[in-house]
Structure formats: C-alpha cells, structure tokens
Design a binder for this molecule. Sequence first.
Ligand code: ACO
Length: 348
Amino acid sequence: MFKTKISGVGMYVPKDVVTNNDLLKYMDTSDEWIQERTGIRERRYAHRTEETTTTMGVEAAKIAIERAGITPHDIDFIIFATLSPDYYFPGCGVLLQRAMKMKEIGALDVRNQCSGFIYALSVGDQFIKNGMYKNILIVGAEKHSFGLDFSTRGRNISVIFGDGAGAVVLQPSVNDSGILSTHLHSDGENAEILAMYNPGTHANHWKDQKLADFDDAEIAEMFMSHKMIDKAQLFPNMDGPAVFKKAIEKFPEVIMEALTVNNLQTSDLRLLIPHQANLRISQFVQKKLGLSDDQVYNNIQKYGNTTAASIPIALCEAWEQGKIKNGDLICLAAFGSGFTWASALIKW
Ligand code: ACO
C-alpha cells in the first residue's frame, strides 16, 4: 500500500483586516476582553459581494496545485470542507470544479465543522492508499462574516470567527514519508451546544426547548419563517464554557492516540498544528502535553477561528516560514461542533 503525502499547500485570506476595535462599531465589546479570552487581535472578512467560500477556496487551491507541480486538469478528486457553503445545496465542491475548469471528477463536501479538514484528509488518504486516485485536492474554507450576529446579543460568537481558505494536494508517497495515521471521533450527545439550528428540517424534534418558531400552516412553512428572523434564530449558538471544557479534554486525548498508535512520543513532534479555536485552548493543550513554544503553531491572533480553514491555513503558513522540513513529524488536531474531533500524524 502507498502512503499519502501532502505535496502542495496553499492559503488565501481576504484583504480586509478587522481589528477588535473595529467591532466596537457594532457591539458592546472590548479589545481587552477579546484578547484575554481568545487571544484574537484581528481577523479577515471576505468582500461582501465579490468573495464567497468557494472563491476563497479556489485561490488557496491554485497555490497548492502549483506547488504540487501539477495543473487543475490533473486533479482526480475534490474534497471540500466548510460549514458556510455558498448554497444550502449543492456543495462547494462542484462550484470549485466549475470555477477551476476541472475534468468531470468526483466532488465531495464534508460537513464536520472544525474537524472538517482532518476528516477530509482522512478520506483522501484512503483513496490514495488504495490506489484509486493519484491527485486529490482538499480544501477547507469559510465565509463566517456573512452569517454572524453582529449585535451585542451575538458577541460571544461573532468576535471569534474569521474568513479564509486553505488547501492541500495529496499524492502517493515514493518513500516512507506521508500520513502515518488519522483518527476520527464523534459524540452527538451535545450536538446543540455549538450549532446553527435554522434553517433546517428538525421541526423542534430533538429538544424540549424550542429551537425554532414556525409559522402556522397546514403544510410546509417550516423551513424558514419571519418569526425566526424576528427572534434571531438564524444565527449560530454556542455554550462557550461547555465547549471549552470538552475541547481541553479531547484535544490531548486524540493527539496522544495518534502518537501511541505509532509508538511515538510528544518529544518526537516537530510541530503540533491545532485547529485555531481559541488561543487559551491551544495553550492548555500545550501545557498538558509538555510541549515547548516551538512545537506548537498558533496564528489565531491574526485570523480568528476560521473553522475548516484554520488547519490548512496554519499548515501553509508554518511551511512557508520554514518550520516544516522533510522528515519532520507533524500532528494536526481538531475539535469542534458535533462534537467531532480528529487527529492526523504526518511524517513530512
Ligand atoms: N465582549 C465582551 N463581553 C462578552 C463578550 C464579548 N465579545 N462575549 C461574552 N461576553 C460577556 C458575557 O455576556 C458574560 O457577561 P456576564 O457575566 O455579565 O453575563 C461574560 O462575558 C462571560 O461570558 P462567557 O460566555 O461565560 O465567557 P467566557 O469567559 O466563557 O468566554 C469564550 C467566552 C471566549 C467563548 C469561552 O467560553 C471559550 O473560549 N469557549 C471555548 C469555545 C471556543 O473556543 N469556541 C470557538 C469555536 S468552537 C471551536 O472551534 C472548537
């Protein structure tokens, strides 16, 4: 069986830098509160009308494909991870296939939020290992700025998220470098703790608490209603402290799982690239695992939490800064909505 290597990395972030102080125009918050709780100083917001999740993904993909030494025409399969797609359906994968004028290849969309990129990587890894495809494009991209509640009511969520995209190209490895293993987990018990319920087909089925106000009607009218807009039910929801508590348990667990399966230790790690959820979560994980500052890459300070894009953006930046060299052991790890969590161990 082949191993899968990452042969090209790319990233794209919009030009528009939005500082914490810029957010004061919309909500009651402060630079001090945001930096202290999350580490975030600024984030990027996509151009409202000219940039979409897919167009940002395309920009990141162009770079990854060029660095892999191939052309869009050589790509055999697309996997696109996002929670903020251009359309409710179809997914961003086909929009990217169209925009990049690729062949009539398969395009799969992954909906695993913060773990989306690692889930996508794991799926791509299987296709390369079993010889089905030779060049797979994986994209993680988000346009959060379009769907956040920028009033004070939504400030616990809206200050955290930013827009951007990252991409990698997977190919068969010709030596012993490549993805050593991936580890995927889920626990839907607390699915509503970090979720956007509406629009959806749930019909208030899952919880005693009403998650959506529908219009009275004999048929339909249950997907989206004026009441939902009036009651601000079309925004994401998050119980921050509950997410924090679970994240600091599952991040170290899934990182150790990857190391243990491969008979490796934290001291073998050149770099841990955690999903950029919150700087305090990364710092907690670093301390728990006894990693040095050099062994953990963080860039949430500049970009906020870009969900499915955060790992490929961080991976690309770390690679561009020369922090990842051939033979280095790299661990990617994520935790997020679902809850889902995941890790990937890679010999670069
Ligand atoms: N500015 C100022 N005050 C705020 C803001 C804000 N942006 N947001 C919330 N507050 C206030 C609240 O209203 C509350 O005020 P009160 O005490 O008067 O009621 C107070 O700050 C504390 O609110 P909490 O939500 O309890 O704040 P907490 O200290 O838990 O910090 C945070 C919130 C940063 C979200 C934290 O819970 C956290 O880090 N959670 C982890 C979740 C996370 O990182 N999510 C990222 C996305 S999910 C993922 O990627 C895994």
